[in-house]
Design a protein around this ligand. Structure first.
Ligand code: PLP
Length: 222
């Protein structure tokens, strides 16, 4: 069972900043991933000095929307188009746009919204993301919509340890630069050093801040 407090989250944040610095990061944003935890995780993150929180599941985020209102809310889970309407007033940055239909729905329900395109760098099922080979057509499509495309996001591989993430992270950073974007969202608790070394500008961290998640909510929501 995970227990955290404002003090423990603050200490964990200090340690995270130290890890990022040792990895050579200078201006890396930390998104506190609060999925599966109650609203008190968002409150603790904000009290400890985080501005941004990340949530994965639409209904769970809606349940916490009141507390989340004082944070910059990043949606980092796989997103169904039919959930966008409800999320429109709640989410500030949509990080997992990986298909045209979803982009069009966000443009319709949340015109001008900040989005990242999620790139699939592992081929592992269940992670989402557009393959690198299909990235440019999606970027072109998104740029014709009323959306603010600010960057790319990717999730490292589950298998192979942190070092296995490096090649994919490098490709995503190269794509961010080539496309003239500014945000490169990559790196989680286990692979943030690799991500920062490869040029991440934003890490999404849950476990290192709040402890182990007891369960995922995905089963009950799908
Ligand atoms: C859960 C999750 C994270 C945080 O993972 P930790 O290993 O707990 O730091 C980051 N990004 C995404 C997309 C996630 O689903």
């Amino acid at each position: 069972m995970s227990t955290f407090s404002v003090d423990s989250v603050r200490a964990a944040l200090d340690e995270l900043h130290a890890r990022i610095e040792r990895a050579g990061g200078t201006d890396v944003e930390i998104v506190a991933v609060t999925k599966t935890f109650g609203p008190e995780a968002i409150e603790a993150a904000l009290a400890a000095g985080c501005r941004s929180i990340g949530e994965n599941y639409a209904q769970e985020l809606l349940d916490k929307r009141e507390v989340a209102a004082s944070a910059e809310v990043h949606f980092i889970g796989q997103l169904q188009s039919n959930k966008v309407r409800q999320l429109a007033g709640v989410v500030d940055v949509y990080e997992t746009v990986d298909r045209a239909k979803l982009a069009r729905e966000i443009a319709k329900r949340a015109p001008g919204a900040r989005i990242l395109i999620q790139v699939d760098t592992t081929g592992e099922p269940g992670k989402g993301g557009v393959p690198l080979a299909d990235l440019d057509p999606l970027v072109d499509h998104v740029r014709d919509l009323d959306l603010d495309l600010i960057g790319l996001m990717t999730v490292g591989p589950t298998e192979g340890g942190p070092a296995a993430a490096a090649p994919g992270f490098r490709q995503v950073r190269a794509a961010v630069d080539r496309l003239g974007l500014s945000v490169c969202s990559m790196g989680m608790t286990a692979d943030l050093e690799v991500a920062v070394a490869e040029g991440s500008t934003q890490v999404r961290v849950g476990t290192a801040l709040f402890g182990q998640r007891v369960r995922t909510r995905s089963d009950q929501e799908r």
